[in-house]
Design a protein around this ligand. Structure first.
Ligand code: SAM
Length: 220
């Protein structure tokens, strides 16, 4: 079927993407710890890294750490004075991520903030932190609208906001859906459409993670 082809194509492009031993070990560590296998694919992680590099990102915000796999890709795009803040609600996930980030030599660049991401983001807004250059939203999907609003408040003109899992096998196009994950994506998309500060697009993806996609929005 098509999924086998998508896997084969992801495998074919493996050398181009260039996932290294440290990233592969992060996946192995997460699997051994029993974490759900819902991290971005190597090709998608590389895409995030290239976006961060292209944006010249110095400060990255991530919502949803899991085992730190996407975190490693993104943090590797940062200059030596860069910083990545990543939000995770599950202490067991954060512990695995902390270990993999240490193994990657990125412990000093990445700040894992334990707790509900919306609380963390509101606190960052209240603290008036320096804006982020890139935001990657990849946590509980029903909260996508909240994360979008807070991400915009933590942005500057030019900030890129990337939201993962926005196609959901095509379910996002079903206006009658009652799936809270689909509703979270659709409400987020409505807010992007209504926000004149955001220039956005959606990218449908297939690959080892099935049929899904990203919304990308740039703050004016
Ligand atoms: N970005 C990761 C990667 O690609 O390697 C995958 C993140 S996984 C899809 C989503 C993560 O968000 C899970 O680890 C989950 O525990 C976390 N999460 C769920 N609800 C959350 C919340 N309210 N606040 C912070 N993190 C949350």
């Amino acid at each position: 079927g098509p999924a086998a082809t998508w896997d084969a194509v992801d495998a074919y492009f493996g050398p181009l993407v260039g996932e290294d031993d440290v990233l592969a070990a992060a996946t192995t560590r997460a699997r051994a710890a029993g974490l759900p296998e819902i991290q971005v694919s190597p090709a998608q992680g590389r895409l995030l890294q290239l976006l961060a590099l292209t944006a010249g990102a110095r400060r990255v915000l991530e919502v949803g750490t899991l085992g730190g796999y996407s975190t490693i890709w993104l943090a590797r795009a940062l200059p030596s004075d860069g910083a990545l803040v990543t939000c995770e609600i599950d202490a067991a996930h954060a512990a695995v991520a902390r270990e993999s980030l240490a193994q990657a030599g990125l412990a000093g660049v990445v700040d894992i903030v334990l707790g509900p991401a919306a609380d963390t983001l509101r606190r960052l807004v209240d603290e008036g932190v320096e804006p982020f250059d890139l935001v990657f939203v990849d946590a509980d999907k029903p909260s996508n609208p909240v994360y979008l609003d807070l991400a915009v408040r933590l942005s500057r003109p030019g900030t890129l906001i990337v939201v993962d899992n926005t196609v959901r096998g095509g379910a996002v196009a079903d206006a009658a859906s009652t799936d809270p994950n689909v509703l979270g994506v659709r409400e987020m998309v409505d807010r992007v459409v209504a926000d004149p500060r955001l220039d956005a697009t959606a990218v449908q993806t297939v690959g080892s993670k099935g049929y899904d996609g990203f919304v990308l929005a740039r703050v004016r």
